[in-house]
Design a protein. Sequence first.
Length: 161
Amino acid sequence: PNGKGTMIYSNGDRFKGFWQAGLKHGQGEFEFEANGKRQKLTGYWSEGEYVGTTDPGSPYKITSVSGIPFYSVEQEESDENIIEISIKSAMTDFMPRDLMVVAPSADIIQKGKKTEIRNYFLPLSCEVNYTIKVAHDQRKICRFILEINADGKYIVTLSND
């Protein structure tokens, strides 16, 4: 089968989602039994294999976030490959003293309270680490890992508000 549909297997397992040439392919939901309990796996499949919760055709993938309650990634058309990162605290741009941006084989440039990443090869894994004060003597560790898979300009906003 091709297209969208539901398959109920003889053992009671069930896949609801997209198919291509008889294989799970695209977004879907697989319900199955493991160790006597019903389980549900939601995400994307490619040629029958589960590939994760992010569309593999997506231009970017957020692989890890901790300590950052709000974040956004926007892609814009551009002739240049640029990633612009801004960190917000109290609803304004903020530059942590201990900011560390890791992007192998790329140029990392500080522009005021923003960070730009340029001249990189795809795919690029970019990691942003910093701490933010949460109490008198306490700091919270913040970490964001993003994988860029397509050309363009990306605006990354990390907000601790």
